[in-house]
Design a protein around this ligand. Structure first.
Ligand SMILES: Cc1cc2nc3c(=O)[nH]c(=O)nc-3n(C[C@H](O)[C@H](O)[C@H](O)COP(=O)(O)OP(=O)(O)OC[C@H]3O[C@@H](n4cnc5c(N)ncnc54)[C@H](O)[C@@H]3O)c2cc1C
Length: 261
């Protein structure tokens, strides 16, 4: 992913909306979103800065939806995952007038128009980026979108081309799939992707979400078993069960070191 530019912009909350039992949309206004004017990625993200009283600020990464440079507005859809952490609880309590500093945007993916079909998948943390990707697809695009949700009733309306089959995969939530599948192999999202009928031609894949599921479960399937070229796959962990964003950074570094050894 490209490194977000350093300058910070101040985001002011204008509204909040409950999208599902576990997701909240927070709408923001900013004096200056000009950093978004050259950002064409559908997975564009910002680094949100949460000041701490006696410590360094905590930084969390979130997908920036619907940025409008002209209006100075953007939305962020937060997963509310309990009382742990900073960003989730902040979103659960957010109200108009609250402020946050944001750095960015970064980004790396938008659906390739020349692909024959698209494979788009992830859990709720990736749903904002999946929403933006589906909206950017041409009307005649083909493929699949598979979204891992914790329970029935968590589905959200999504615009998508008729030729892209959308599946809401009810998995019972990540916390219920504890250690036996710590490597991600037995996770329902992995199985669901393996069970899809593989289509002909060049695939362009976008797969993000819990890191063991994406990196240990789905990535080897796409790259090794299916032989999809690395350049045609956007895959990473957006979070890691049992780790904060800080300790998850260590996990990613260790994985990269193990792979380059
Ligand atoms: C490029 C990118 C884009 C992202 N976009 C979004 C987005 O649009 N919306 C979104 O909600 N998230 C998104 N994420 C994921 C988000 O950054 C992480 O979930 C982050 O850890 C949340 O921070 P926190 O302060 O709430 O929790 P942390 O302090 O990081 O973690 C506290 C505890 O909560 C657990 N935890 C963290 N996230 C979840 C979760 N989703 N479900 C269950 N347990 C969790 C951790 O494992 C840890 O045990 C994105 C991540 C990346 C890298």
């Amino acid at each position: 992913m490209s490194r977000p530019a350093k300058p910070e912009t101040i985001l002011v909350v204008t509204a909040t909306e409950r999208l599902s039992p576990t997701m909240i949309r927070v709408s923001f206004r900013s004096e200056d979103l000009s950093a978004f004017s050259s950002s064409l990625f559908t997975d564009r993200y910002v680094k949100l800065v949460f000041p701490q009283k006696d410590d360094d600020p905590v930084v969390r990464t979130y997908t920036a939806l619907n940025p409008s440079v002209a209006d100075g507005t953007l939305d962020i859809d937060f997963v509310v995952h309990g009382t742990e952490g900073y960003a989730g609880p902040w979103a659960a309590a957010a109200k108009p007038g609250d402020t946050l500093a944001a750095r960015g945007p970064g980004g790396a993916y938008s659906p390739a128009p020349e692909a024959d079909w698209h494979l788009i998948a992830g859990d709720e943390t990736a749903l904002p980026a999946i929403r933006a990707a589906l909206a950017a697809l041409p009307a005649d695009a083909r493929g699949y979108a598979v979204i891992d949700i914790p329970a029935p009733g968590h589905e959200q309306p999504l615009d998508h081309p008729d030729g892209v089959e959308v599946t809401w995969l009810v998995t019972g939530g990540h916390t219920h799939h504890a250690a036996e599948d710590a490597e991600g192999h037995e996770q329902p999202l992995v199985t669901a992707i393996r069970d899809l009928k593989w289509l002909d031609g060049r695939v362009h894949a976008f797969v993000h979400g819990e890191a063991a599921v994406t990196m240990h479960g789905i990535r080897p399937y796409l790259l090794k078993e299916r032989g999809v070229p690395k350049a045609d796959v956007s895959i990473s962990g957006y979070w890691r069960r049992g780790r904060t964003e800080e300790t998850f950074r260590d996990w990613k570094r260790e994985l990269a070191e193990a792979e380059s050894a």
